[in-house]
Design a binder for this molecule. Structure first.
Ligand code: TRP
Length: 393
């Protein structure tokens, strides 16, 4: 099976990336024909203003990949922007992509709202509307089948409309300031490239006639678009592309050090680049069960992030730790100390390897340029077929 997947170069890899994505890639590279790439063009869709770190972020990602065992002799490892065929296919696919498919894409809407921190604003609006919808329905004089559902629909749409109105310039500057909304930021983020993000992603996959795409849940709407576009292309110009299907894998739950989802932006991530002291500090200050105040208090491992990590890193010992925590025999400090030893043993060799790899960046680029050449050969074959199908020279 042909497998394609990419990752944006946003910085160093953390444990969440490893357990969520890379571990799965490592398995796949042994079993299938795999194309894994650094999606540097995708990083530009939101980060086009600050490209100062793009190159070093790409290098850090390359080093992390190789240090973790992605192997250029097993998988084609490359850089998206070095394979211009992605851009050609992106342009052509853009011609047959209805704009509404993109605007209604929930990931697009979500990301847009997240970037602009609009969720809070929208929720605040929604709260205010909530009590008024009965009144509104009465005014409208309509009878509805599902009053609760209709009310929810109405408040949702009203809140969305208000946010839109903010940006259409229908609301006073002063009010915008008070709501902490930056119109400039909105216009600068909500670009053509950003809207086209999933079309580029579709081109990434179809350029290799990818059959399966290992992704996280959040990427499903993008992949749905890829399938729809493949179908549309095949219908218009003749059978050319397989419909790529998502490969969702069970991933162990590894929360961030504060118990929330591990994420760079929360500052709760542990990186393969973390030095021993830094790692110790992060682990020793991890959140634990808030009800276990003293060492001998009985703990609740099921709601303790440290224990969630033990399950992953100390599988052979997890049951014992669980018992000792519950009985009060094991205090949090000792429990974290044990965890640190485990995580350090896991990270240390990767840390060393990535450091070594980063000491020769020319070599990193050589490896990825070679991969990009291999990728190009396949992608240019596809593009030749695509041009023929579309009657282009
Ligand atoms: N959008 C993906 C992410 O943010 C990255 C990506 C770009 C990708 N192109 C892709 C993933 C193609 C799978 C296939 O995680």
């Amino acid at each position: 099976m042909r497998i394609v997947s990419g990752m944006r170069p946003t910085g160093r890899l953390h444990l969440g990336h490893y357990f969520g994505v890379i571990r799965n890639w490592l398995k796949l590279q042994n079993e299938h024909e795999c194309y894994f790439f650094v999606a540097d063009w995708h990083a530009l869709t939101t980060g086009y203003k600050k490209t100062g770190e793009l190159k070093s972020n790409t290098e850090e990602l390359m080093a992390d990949w190789l240090a973790l065992g992605l192997d250029p002799s097993k998988a084609v490892l490359f850089v998206q922007s070095l394979v211009k065929e992605h851009a050609e296919l992106y342009l052509l696919l853009g011609m047959l992509t209805p704009k509404s498919w993109l605007e209604l894409n929930p990931t697009y809407k979500d990301l847009k709202y997240n970037l602009l921190k609009l969720h809070e604003l929208k929720d605040a609006f929604k709260e205010r509307f909530a009590g008024r919808t009965d009144e509104l329905i009465r005014l409208l004089g309509v009878k509805v089948e599902e009053p609760e559902e209709f009310k929810a629909f109405l408040t949702e749409r009203l809140a969305e409309l208000l946010v839109e109105a903010l940006f259409e310039g229908l609301i006073e500057k002063e009010t915008l300031k008070r709501l902490n909304v930056s119109k400039k930021e909105f216009y600068e983020t909500d670009t053509y490239g950003f809207l086209g993000y999933p079309v580029l992603q579709t081109a990434d996959v179809l350029a290799y006639k990818g059959e399966a795409v290992p992704v996280g849940e959040d990427q499903l709407p993008h992949l749905e678009l890829a399938r729809e576009l493949a179908r549309r292309f095949n219908r218009l110009y003749g059978p050319t592309f397989p419909e790529p299907k998502p490969l969702l894998t069970e991933t162990p739950k590894l929360p961030g050090t504060d118990g929330r989802k591990m994420s760079k932006s929360y500052g709760n991530a542990v990186y393969f680049a973390d030095e021993t002291d830094e790692l110790r500090k992060k682990i020793m200050s991890m959140f634990t069960d808030p009800q276990k105040l003293r060492k001998n208090d009985p703990g609740h491992p099921e709601r303790c992030p440290v224990f969630a990590w033990h399950r992953v890193f100390s599988a052979d010992e997890a049951e014992q730790i669980e018992r000792e925590c519950k009985s009060g025999a094991l205090g949090c400090v000792e429990c974290k100390r044990r965890l640190f030893e485990r995580v350090e043993a896991f990270i240390a060799p990767v840390r060393e390897r990535r450091k070594e790899l980063l000491s020769d960046r020319g070599e990193l680029w050589r490896v990825f340029k070679e991969g990009s050449e291999k990728a190009r050969q396949v992608a240019s074959g596809t593009l030749k077929q695509v041009r023929e199908a579309m009657n282009l020279p």
